[in-house]
Design a protein. Structure first.
Length: 466
């Protein structure tokens, strides 16, 4: 099974789509992990030393190139050296929350930091868990001989003006069957949120619309696959995930019975969010620990709710329970080492894509091609790589004529698509990146080690360069 790999990101201003950008998520994970093991083991224990070595090794490429790294979390979004990493932050809310729970928003590390300093930093964070005062933290670090690490909290300003105010649903639904499925789903989710079961037969009616009409409508599919300038965490999101799951299920050859079960479960996968307060779902910024725990309970709540509806397939409760479980282990809820059901893995791919291309109060929607690059980046860890590749194959990204930038900083124009590897088209380089004027390059070529020689990291607008 071939793992799809790519570098990717969000809007053109975002660091996570630029060539050579540092992914902050592994660094934040390693820092919080070091603090956790410091609480459990003595300073010289092998596990603590290994955790410090992991963090140290992750920092070295960036420090070698730039001399320093500054990681800030602002309104729930991680910034590396003042440049936002939007989609990485959105795809890893738990990592962001764990970092904030240490009582800081910012960490600045300079070249020359050693493992002992990182261990001492973790110890200070542990001791000051209940007293996260910037001056106190850095004064203590200095007393412990730490000269290459600064910790801090950002000044709390009124940043409510930065929150996006998106409509609750698409304003112009182009397909009548899609519009009717959204209306019926809204009624069904409202009933479930009020502790009532949906009207008899309404779920069947929605499924019939999706499978027999919406899936055949280019207008509907265009709206579902495109970026969506509205924010809806329940019924619109669920209808869209159901259609995306159906597209993927057909792509991999599921039979009609399994497709029906898949669409039902995908439609109802997030029903547990009807038990989550709206103010938490739409909070413009990072969730605190209490809020995050409320959100993390929605898969269990949804599965319990669906088990009470006798007319549903038992697979629906399974998909509700497992759609945030990771293919490579982890995720939530904690169900041990068991791999998620194949149908749950399909819904997980559709769920991440739909969430990334949908608007949120704290960020704009991602372009479809950028969302697919993020899917490719987390394939093998969070998502099934075979399913990610199949999903990307459902739609054509980087069509002929698209202006792109590669991971080597090259600008070019797509001249041929690659059906076997949609994220790696053939391009022609341009002297200024705006017109075909150079060598033809197949971006799917791999080096002797089997790794891709280059990736497409962003699409470019055809207007004047700034």
């Amino acid at each position: 099974m071939q793992t799809v790999t790519a570098a990717g990101g969000a809007a053109p201003a975002s660091r996570d789509e630029r060539a050579g950008a540092t992914d902050p998520i592994p660094i934040l994970k390693a820092l919080t992990s070091l603090r956790q093991v410091t609480a459990l083991y003595p300073h010289n224990h092998t596990i603590v030393q290994q955790a410090a070595a992991t963090l140290h090794d992750l920092l070295q490429p960036h420090l070698a190139e730039r001399g320093a790294i500054r990681l800030d979390v602002i309104e729930g979004e991680v910034h590396v050296d003042a440049e936002p990493c939007r989609l990485e932050s959105a795809a890893n809310p738990q990592v962001v929350t764990d970092f904030l729970e240490m009582g800081l928003d910012s960490v600045h590390i300079t070249r020359g930091v050693d493992r002992e300093e990182l261990q001492a930093t973790a110890k200070v964070l542990l001791e000051h868990r209940e007293r996260p005062v910037e001056g106190s933290l850095n004064a203590t670090l200095a007393q412990r001989g730490v000269s290459h690490v600064d910790l801090g909290r950002l000044i709390a300003l009124d940043t409510r003006w930065r929150a996006y105010d998106w409509p609750e649903a698409p304003e112009n639904v182009l397909d009548p069957a899609y519009a009717e499925s959204l209306r019926l789903a809204q009624d069904a989710f409202q009933a479930l949120g009020q502790g009532r079961g949906p009207a008899s037969g309404v779920i069947r009616e929605i499924l019939h619309l999706l499978v027999s009409k919406v899936i055949k409508s280019n207008a509907a599919l265009g709206q579902i696959l495109a970026l969506k300038e509205y924010e809806n965490h329940t019924y619109c999101h669920s209808v869209n995930v159901a259609i995306l799951s159906l597209l993927l299920g057909r792509q991999i050859g599921l039979n009609d019975a399994m497709l029906e079960a898949l669409v039902e479960g995908a439609l109802l996968h997030d029903v547990g969010k009807t038990r989550v307060p709206v103010e938490i779902l739409k909070k413009p910024g990072a969730l605190d620990r209490r809020e995050w725990e409320v959100v993390r309970r929605h898969p269990v709540a949804g599965a319990a709710l669906l088990l009470e509806i006798e007319t549903l397939s038992p697979f629906s409760a399974t998909m509700a329970l497992e759609h945030h479980r990771h293919y490579g282990g982890g995720g939530y809820p904690d169900l041990g080492d068991q791999e998620p059901h194949p149908l749950s893995q399909i819904v997980a791919v559709a769920d991440v894509y739909e969430a990334l291309t949908g608007a949120r109060s704290y960020r704009p929607p991602a372009l479809p091609e950028h969302a697919c690059l993020i899917l490719a980046r987390i394939a093998g860890r969070q998502l099934n790589p075979f399913l990610v590749k199949a999903f990307i194959g459902v739609v054509t990204f980087f069509p002929v004529g698209t202006l792109v930038r590669t991971s080597r900083g090259e600008r070019g124009v797509v001249v041929r698509t690659n059906p076997a590897d949609p994220l790696h088209p053939v391009i022609v380089l341009g002297a200024d990146g705006m017109a075909p004027a150079g060598s033809e390059i197949d971006t799917s070529l791999r080096g002797p080690d089997g790794a891709y020689e280059r990736h497409i990291v962003e699409t470019l607008r055809s207007g004047p360069r700034s």
